[in-house]
Design a protein around this ligand. Sequence first.
Ligand code: PLP
Length: 383
Amino acid sequence: MRNVYFDNNATTQPAPEVVEAMQPFFAELWGNPSSMHHFGGQVAPHMEAARAKVAALLHAEPSEIVFTGCGTESDNMAIRGAAEALGRGARVITTRVEHPAVLGPCRRLREEGHDVVELGVDASGQLNLDELRAELARGPALVTIMWANNETGVIFPMDRIAAMTREAGAVLHTDAVQAAGKVPIDVRDTPVDMLSLAGHKLHAPKGIGALYVRKGTRLNTFMLGGHQEHGRRGGTENVPYIVGLGRACELAAATLSEERTRVAALRDRLEKGLLASCPDASVNGDRVNRLPNTTNMSFQYIEGESILYHLSDIGVAASSGSACTSGSLEPSHVIRAMGVPFTAAHGSIRFSLSRYNTGEDVDFVVARLPEIVQRLRALSPFV
Ligand code: PLP
């Protein structure tokens, strides 16, 4: 059976170069990087080299990188830490299409008495920046707005958001878990205060993330413990995974401009092929300001889950925007926020590609999916 992996926004295959770089840190180089003796002394420089590589991907200073356990931890650390540092009076401004790793801590802050505003999006998944400006004018705030959406790939205009936030004197965090390594990020030009990323979305393993914290940003410590990470995150560092993240960022930086073009061409070929051969198919979200690897497509009148099931049968992995809860298939909060009609929302599928995909992968799906769609429609009560 053919194996086509088009679910890279869920997780990516660890790069062989990353796995190789990690190996020595499970075997001979296992010391605690905080130790004064030579076991620690041998390890600490490798951790600092990895920090410099993560920083380089973002054009940040190494001292501005804090290693965490995952993207979710980075988001929680930034949002809770900054909200606490700002105090109860500070408002929190976010969007309705954030990942649960952002919406969760924001909603907890609301329960704890913070005024939390969730900005809506239009049919293309874009924000109305006038609404953001109006909210910023209402007083001190923590703003947390994602760089790119995990379901649609839609990229928010972070340059303008950062400029507006800075002008208003607010603090800005961005969840760049899907953007890092796929599109250029330069924190010197785009003045975000904090930025989250996760290793497993850019060909490092799961269980490692990072938070960029601009020098001078006030952030209460979230994970209380030892003095690791300059007191910003207690806990003995996960050295093998930190080294892996460093190598993954180094590879991403080296290949970004070339891969961005190549992967976007594959994604466009997939999208064009499916739109041409499947009637009543459409693309959800802004098709211009979008991650190069992602397309979210709706196939009217059928369930996304049924499509996924049949795709899986022929060896193709993708994902749907629906969350299967207690037997009812609800379209995702992102698709609902965009006002996608019911009959299309239920048939939404996300294809997310990576550097390991080929033209043959694309051609296989374009050749096989139309027949699956046709078969499912023949059974649909909505047609
Ligand atoms: N933020 C976004 C936009 C994501 O897509 C994800 C993962 O899907 C996360 C945060 C959470 O990352 P992690 O799974 O590393 O905790």
